[in-house]
Design a binder for this molecule. Structure first.
Ligand SMILES: Nc1ncnc2c1ncn2[C@@H]1O[C@H](COP(=O)(O)OP(=O)(O)OP(=O)(O)O)[C@@H](O)[C@H]1O
Length: 306
């Protein structure tokens, strides 16, 4: 039988603020992270991602608003914090100690620790238990963070840009390991990153922060539904876009007589069925738009969707 905590912990943020002196890092963030989801926490540099995760890990307290993890205030709740694991890019490990010591330490602090998984992941990332953390390259240190984060099997696991220092084969090994273990042991996993194209396939929910505020907090399919690419004869595509005021052009590319435009619907729910039927009936080919393109567009303006 599965452990009751295996389905993960839900997170609720209600108008949350956090500041460093006079810098308002978060300014009224509201969002939920569904229990048992892989959620992408996205945002440009300085948008408040690390600050938000620090609140959930109880490393700091909000200056206003309410943070609830599993319906409880995480601050100074030790029992709850055993269920919450935050790994930052620095690895959050003891740098002077050997990998083996770090793993023993993590195991003692994490009730759901899986020793076999930790061992398998050390092999995947070619880490040697006898090596000292200080000797590791940036990428190997990041990989150690991934080992600790995944083997903890914490009901709320947060990986803050932990894979950015890893090379492409290691990052893909990380994505595969994360998905495989998540499917076998569902829990709430939050991954913060700029590498949206790479995460695209595994995210179920997405929160985009922009300048300390929530720009988008929705399931990925709903966000994806807002963007479409239209490909066809240049005159037809141009006329189509001109006649649909709800569509905003993100980019345009012409090759001979053919034009491809990427558009986003201004409505948070995406194009309505009538608009889609008109587009389909026009003879123009309709395709999907990647999350990365939508992210770039949405964070270039200050529109709030939620
Ligand atoms: N220790 C600190 N002291 C002062 N200001 C800080 C501190 N940490 C973060 N900030 C500020 O708070 C804001 C949010 O920073 P945060 O690190 O949460 O963003 P981020 O989205 O994680 O950024 P990045 O993607 O660059 O890591 C930024 O304006 C940042 O300069």
């Amino acid at each position: 039988m599965r452990d009751a905590t295996e389905a993960g912990l839900a997170v609720d943020l209600d108008h949350v603020g956090a500041s460093y002196g006079r810098t308002e890092a978060l300014d009224g963030v509201s969002a939920t992270i569904p229990k048992g989801s892989i959620t992408g926490l996205l945002g440009r540099n300085g948008s408040g991602k690390t600050t938000l995760l620090s609140l959930l890990a109880s490393l700091r307290r909000p200056s206003f608003g309410r943070v609830l993890v599993d319906g409880r205030d995480p601050f100074e709740d030790e029992a709850l914090m055993e269920q919450v694991c935050l790994v930052r890019e620095s690895g959050d490990v003891l740098p002077e100690e050997r990998i083996a010591v770090n793993l023993r330490y993590a195991a003692s602090a994490r009730p759901n620790w899986d020793e076999d998984l930790a061992g398998r992941l050390l092999d995947v990332f070619e880490l040697r238990a006898r090596d000292t953390v200080n000797q590791l390259s940036r990428g190997k240190r990041s990989a150690l963070g991934v080992v600790v984060g995944l083997a903890s099997r914490a009901p709320l696991t947060m990986l803050d840009e932990v894979h950015l220092g890893m090379d492409a084969p290691s990052r893909y090994a990380f994505y595969d390991a994360l998905l495989e273990d998540y499917l076998a042991h569902p829990r709430t996993i939050v991954v913060s990153s700029h590498l949206i194209d790479e995460l695209d396939r595994m995210l179920e929910h997405v929160i985009i922060l922009h300048q300390g505020r929530t720009l988008v907090a929705t399931d990925v399919e709903r966000l994806r539904a807002r963007g479409v690419s239209l490909t066809g004869r240049t005159a037809e595509v141009t006329a189509l876009v001109r006649d649909e005021p709800s569509l905003e052009v993100l980019s345009e590319r012409s090759l001979g007589p053919t034009t491809e435009v990427t558009v986003i619907d201004r409505a948070p729910a995406g194009p309505d069925p009538d608009t889609l039927a008109r587009l389909r009936g026009s003879g123009v080919e309709i395709g999907p738009v990647g999350l990365q393109d939508l992210f770039v567009h949405l964070t270039a303006s200050s529109e709030t969707v939620s």
